[in-house]
Design a protein around this ligand. Structure first.
Ligand SMILES: C[S@@+](CC[C@H](N)C(=O)[O-])C[C@H]1O[C@@H](n2cnc3c(N)ncnc32)[C@H](O)[C@@H]1O
Length: 255
């Protein structure tokens, strides 16, 4: 049995899991997140899944000798394939690229829509995932941001249907929704999030500054100011400036 210290990247999702939930952790590897959730007494059972047997063994080692073995199952397989329809409340998919997460969710949309909610933590191509979610009528309830080890991490709390938010008023994460920063109402570029949770706004402000620096640097290296790439950078920078302006107004209103 091991005492867990969870990374902020994973903790940003863990803290919003409703007490007494059942969860599935897809691509669990070491199984740290479900273990931590058991330690905190937040979940009643967990299904830990991975496509590779080595990582699944890592998870079993994490749980070895712990009191949580009877409430946990370890299943080998791709994405949500090892799960039955509606078998758990929440599905967590963290530490993978946005395109892979999208492919996992799209593989069996009927099954995907049978769960109550998702915590998704794409490491790359976050916009690809958000576009797919909106096109398939999922509700992105909130985007969560943390800064850890010199990197920004974003996680999405998602419900399968837009209407579900009203049907599940108990969800703590959605309670402060009015104070969220509604990015999509200002910019349709889903690289910058959809709706930032109030607790993430300070990190999000720094994240926008980081993005601005990044695109300014890329643009400064493009010699041809008439090129498509230059124009694309210009458009990215305009979006960021607009969002930053609205964010400052949002923060002023909040204080
Ligand atoms: C970088 S680790 C992330 C571990 C953990 N979720 C985290 O965020 O710290 C990615 C894990 O996903 C697993 N994986 C990759 N593709 C998968 C798929 N299609 N279905 C299930 N697991 C997958 C890998 O074997 C690996 O253990």
């Amino acid at each position: 049995m091991r005492k867990q210290k969870l990374s902020q990247r994973l903790n940003q999702m863990a803290k919003w899991i409703e007490p007494d939930s059942s969860i599935a952790d897809i691509g669990t590897d070491h199984g740290y997140l479900p273990y931590y959730l058991f330690e905190q007494g937040r979940i009643k059972n967990a299904i830990l899944c991975d496509i590779n047997s080595g990582p699944l063994e890592n998870a079993k080692n994490t749980f070895h000798g712990s009191p949580y073995g009877n409430s946990s199952e370890f299943r080998l397989g791709s994405g949500i394939e090892p799960l039955k329809n509606g078998e758990v409340d929440y599905v967590i998919i963290a530490g993978m690229g946005g395109s892979l997460i999208k492919a996992i969710l799209a593989n069996n949309i009927e099954k995907t829509k049978s769960f109550k909610g998702f915590f998704l933590q794409p490491q790359t191509e976050q916009d690809v995932l958000r576009v797919w979610l909106l096109e398939n009528h999922f509700q992105i309830v909130n985007d969560l941001y943390v800064f850890e080890d010199q990197k920004y991490y974003e996680a999405l709390f998602v419900m399968p249907n837009a209407l579900d938010l009203k049907l599940n008023p108990v969800l703590t994460i959605s309670k402060s929704s009015q104070d969220s920063f509604y990015v999509y109402a200002i910019s349709k570029d889903l690289e910058y999030g959809y709706k930032v949770h109030p607790e993430s706004i300070v990190v999000y402000r720094a994240y926008l500054a980081y993005k601005r620096q990044k695109y300014e640097m890329i643009q400064s290296k493009i010699k041809n100011v008439d090129s498509l790439k230059y124009a694309q950078c210009q458009s990215k920078l305009q979006q960021i400036k607009l969002l930053s302006l609205h964010l400052e107004m949002h923060l002023k209103k909040r204080d």
